[in-house]
Design a protein around this ligand. Structure first.
Ligand code: FES
Ligand code: FES
Length: 165
């Protein structure tokens, strides 16, 4: 067993977990943050994507112990009870989901893309999302949601892309 201490969506968390516990297991089963999904468990589908210290990571490929001391943002942390964040709001506005299984991971990958690039170029967006698989949408509305969210961030006066951050 090992003690992990980290911040999740701004809250300090401390848990004793098995050494082999994955970050996604800590989030879902210890903390009840079931918005982070498990699709493949082999680092291929992107459904489990979260941000760890500002970087998008597949939380099925990170041990909870490796995240100790870090700052984790999950899909729950993109919004407040009062207001949807720019990325979730863009998915609503652009009909960016169907079954919704891939959606939390997509939204976290997009949030990271907006942090670090934010270009509206289709090719750049495709590359940014190549680690996230959607079996339903055909991606068209997801790409629209990326652009919508980028505009919303700019309108809200928030930084888009590393050059502005
Ligand atoms: S569940 Fe982690 S990449 Fe698929
Ligand atoms: S909306 Fe169903 S997998 Fe993406």
């Amino acid at each position: 067993m090992i003690r992990v201490e980290l911040r999740v969506n701004g809250e300090a968390v401390s848990r004793e977990v098995d050494d082999r516990t994955l970050l996604v297991e800590l989030l879902r089963y210890e903390l009840g943050l079931t918005g982070t999904h498990v699709g493949c468990d082999t680092s291929q589908c992107g459904a489990c994507t979260v941000k760890l210290d500002g970087a998008a990571v597949k939380s099925c490929a990170v041990l909870a112990a490796q995240a100790s001391g870090g700052e984790v943002l999950t899909v729950e942390g993109l919004s407040t009870p009062q207001q949807l964040g720019e990325v979730p709001a863009a998915f609503v506005a652009c009909h960016g989901l169907q079954c919704g299984f891939c959606t939390p991971g997509m939204m976290m990958a997009i949030d990271y893309y907006l942090d670090t690039d934010g270009s509206l170029d289709d090719e750049r967006i495709h590359q940014a999302l190549e680690g996230n698989i959607c079996r339903c949408t055909g991606y068209v509305n997801i790409i629209e949601a990326v652009k919508h969210a980028a505009h919303a961030r700019i309108e809200a006066g928030k930084p888009v892309g590393r050059q502005h951050g």
